[in-house]
Design a protein. Structure first.
Lengths: 296, 446
């Protein structure tokens, strides 16, 4: 019996081996290379720097003294908190709405998915047009009504807000879709029982729906959090990180270091910190929230 | 009468071309590159649009296929930088962008062209490499005198005023100094709904003439001493002046303007003055969509207390060191940069910023560069000679300029949006520039 279990286990490992090997090649090796590169002063114009490990802590010393990088962490925090928070809230509200039994609302579901399925660059260009006073119908309309609006993407007080609005518009359908799928799995008898016990809409949501959706909400939030840390096209097209560094998130700063200045070693060190922070943050959130009820 | 003269000139040029310009031996053969495909790229520019219109003739003559795909300026530079660093063979010819020329040539990523130029089987004597304006070629030649590219564009910064009529109505003329520029802006502000000034967001190109005009500089003594000098009183003064121009007299949202947006604002008559390379200003007089053809006027870049320092630059085609089809690539470059092709592009298409002296001195070119009775070619040549003589543009071709340029862009944005005062913003730019240059291992003054 024990021999059979061992054989089974070995068989399972052999089945998994190709997948694990591919996973190692596509994720583990690049990560190890990233880590190794972060210990070098790799600069594209000086190929010999690729294997120069004489000062492995050099890039990390620069990190500690880089004020612009520290500023980018703060921008990142604001962007992630607002976009993830708003996408979760709007996604939840729209999912509740679209979960109602109505032919019209069912037809409307597809319309809400449009922003999410557009290529990110197209989304960025749409918002660039909307935010550029010369060509924006929004600016024209507001000016015609006597409420001229400043150029949002070049105003230090509004530039990040402009990115947040565009990002929320693009990605709240994703959270909406996930939550809607979760809502449709909600057993009707639980809802009916709560109603019989006298629960109103608020208590039903608070004590039945939200606990049931906890796992879905957690996954959706984690997806969006990780994606918000990778934010790029909107910032690249709309603000280029500006005005000044008002919208320069860490990911974008790392890109500038690598591809505008050729400091690949330094950029790798920033990325290592970013990846580590993302993993730690995800673990903390998973531990704090939990996956919710699991069916055995 | 004008048409007749132009046609006569073109006929004469074609005849002379046929008689005098003997094709290189390699092009003398029937389809010497039949079946060969070469790939090349550059940043998008009107020159390439014109050049591509003549490409079928070249392809029919040589049998080769030229896959030439220009990209947006930042995208091209980043892709080229990465591709060149691998010394790969994906591209057979590439543009050598001015601000990257020191870096790309210095790193040995482009092949020297002298052997091909001097090989009479590849290049006829009449092709005449010495005909290229030396100022335009300077960034494409290394310290030992080896040539790595030939310039298709010599950018010369001028002032273009699309609505010069507004300036005249205010009883003023095109400004020659920074003080006059402010006066003109003030006097014409809001007239006819036209913004007096416009610029694109590449401040590290647009702002430098103002910095130098106030007596400042980017580096202490480039290329020998690359210690940044962005925290001087002159730099702060110039930054404050320029940021004020942008926010007080520019259209709303100016800080996000690209090159093309700024040009469109002028073409449509929504903005008046711009200090920029002629390639972006000449469409005001020539572009079919221009609404300011009859009112546009040009002038030299205004000067400050320390003098006039209009920007000048050049971009040229070169062959990456890893290219597989170097001979075919050279056949393309030598055709694209030949007197005959460039003459056709300038005379037939109206391209302005050509780098061959024989074309610049040609009466037909001078005529095509006369806008509203104004000899703009003369202004263009003045700027090129200014940049070549004193060498004040050397700051721009040092390998670490992109890093320092980024700090300048950010500082100007912070000043223009009132996030920081000029002095603090430039001090911060200096500190950040020094930190970045340390990463590159550049030796700096204590």
């Amino acid at each position: 019996m024990a021999r059979s279990a061992a054989l089974d286990r070995r068989f399972h490992w052999w089945c998994l081996a190709p997948t694990l090997a591919v996973l190692a090649v596509v994720t583990l090796l690049p990560t190890l290379y990233l880590l190794a590169t972060s210990l070098t002063p790799l600069n594209l114009t000086q190929p010999r720097t690729a294997w120069d490990f004489s000062q492995p802590g050099r890039n990390y010393t620069f990190l500690a003294a880089d004020g612009r990088l520290h500023g980018s962490f703060w921008v990142q925090l604001k962007l992630s908190a607002w976009t993830v928070g708003l996408q979760m809230l709007l996604g939840f509200l729209f999912a509740l709405l679209l979960n109602l039994r109505s032919r019209f609302l069912e037809a409307l579901r597809t319309v809400f998915l449009i922003p999410m399925v557009l290529p990110p660059i197209v989304v960025a260009i749409i918002w660039k047009v909307l935010y550029t006073p010369d060509i924006s119908p929004v600016h024209w309309a507001l000016a015609a009504l006597g409420w001229p609006m400043p150029a949002l993407i070049t105003h230090p007080a509004y530039a990040l807000l402009a990115i947040i609005v565009a990002d929320v518009w693009e990605w709240f359908p994703f959270t909406m879709l996930m939550i809607l799928a979760g809502l449709q799995m909600l057993p009707q008898e639980m809802v009916d029982a709560a109603r019989i016990d006298g629960a109103g809409a608020w208590r039903l949501t608070r004590h039945i729906v939200l606990p049931f959706l906890r796992g879905v909400l957690l996954v959706a939030a984690l997806f969006r959090l990780i994606d918000s840390i990778k934010a790029f096209p909107l910032i690249f097209i709309l603000t280029d990180g500006g005005p000044g560094t008002v919208t320069e998130v860490t990911n974008y700063y790392s890109y500038i270091q690598a591809f505008n200045f050729s400091y690949l070693g330094y950029s790798s060190a920033i990325t290592v910190v970013l990846v580590s922070a993302t993993v730690v943050l995800s673990a903390i959130i998973v531990r704090a929230v939990g996956w919710g009820p699991r069916s055995e | 009468m004008a048409d007749l003269t132009r046609r006569t000139f073109l006929k004469g040029a074609a005849l002379a071309g046929g008689l005098v310009v003997r094709p290189p031996a390699v092009l003398g053969q029937a389809k010497p590159f039949a079946g060969v495909t070469i790939r090349g790229s550059s940043f998008q520019h009107v020159f390439h649009t014109y050049l591509k219109e003549y490409l079928p003739e070249f392809e029919a003559k040589t049998g080769m296929t030229v896959d030439f795909a220009p990209q947006a300026f930042p995208v091209y530079n980043q892709r080229a930088d990465l591709e060149l660093s691998t010394q790969g063979s994906a591209w057979d010819f590439l543009n050598i962008t001015f601000i990257y020329s020191g870096r790309w040539i210095g790193a040995g990523w482009f092949a020297p062209l002298d052997e091909l130029v001097n090989d009479r089987n590849q290049t006829p004597r009449e092709w005449d490499a010495a005909d290229f304006v030396s100022g335009a070629q300077s960034s494409l030649v290394d310290a030992r005198g080896a040539t790595y590219g030939f310039a298709w564009e010599a950018g010369a910064m001028l002032m273009g005023a699309g609505r010069a009529d507004l300036i005249e109505k205010a009883g003023l003329k095109l400004p020659e100094t920074f003080d006059q520029l402010l006066k003109v802006c003030e006097a014409t502000n809001g007239k006819d709904g036209v913004a007096p000034f416009v610029a694109d967001k590449l401040h590290h190109w647009n702002w430098i003439p103002y910095l130098m005009g106030y007596g400042g500089r980017v580096f202490k003594d480039p290329p020998g001493n690359l210690t940044p000098t962005l925290d001087t009183p002159e730099a702060a003064r110039a930054a404050e002046y320029y940021a004020n121009l942008l926010v007080t007299y520019g259209p709303s949202g100016l800080l996000s303007y690209t090159d093309d947006q700024a040009m469109r604002a002028q073409l449509s008559g929504r903005a008046n003055m711009r200090t920029q390379a002629l390639g972006w200003l000449s469409p005001l007089a020539k572009h079919e969509e221009s609404k300011v053809k009859s009112t546009v006027r040009y002038a030299l870049m205004p000067g400050g207390p320390a003098g006039q320092f209009p920007g000048s630059n050049s971009h040229g085609f070169g062959i990456p060191v890893g290219a597989k089809n170097k001979r075919a690539a050279w056949a393309f470059i030598s055709w694209a940069m030949s007197k005959e092709t460039l003459r056709r592009i300038t005379i037939e298409k109206g391209y302005t910023t050509v780098c061959r002296r024989s074309i610049i001195d040609d009466p037909a070119y001078r005529k095509s560069m006369t806008f509203n009775g104004q000899d703009v070619a003369e202004l263009y040549l003045k700027v090129l000679s200014l940049g070549g003589k004193s060498g004040y543009m050397k700051y721009r071709t040092v390998p670490v300029f992109p890093q320092v340029g980024d700090k300048i862009n950010k500082a100007i944005e912070r000043i223009a949006t009132k996030q920081q005062g000029a002095r603090d913003a430039m001090k911060q730019a200096q500190v950040e520039a020094i930190e970045d240059l340390k990463k590159a291992g550049v030796k700096l003054d204590a």
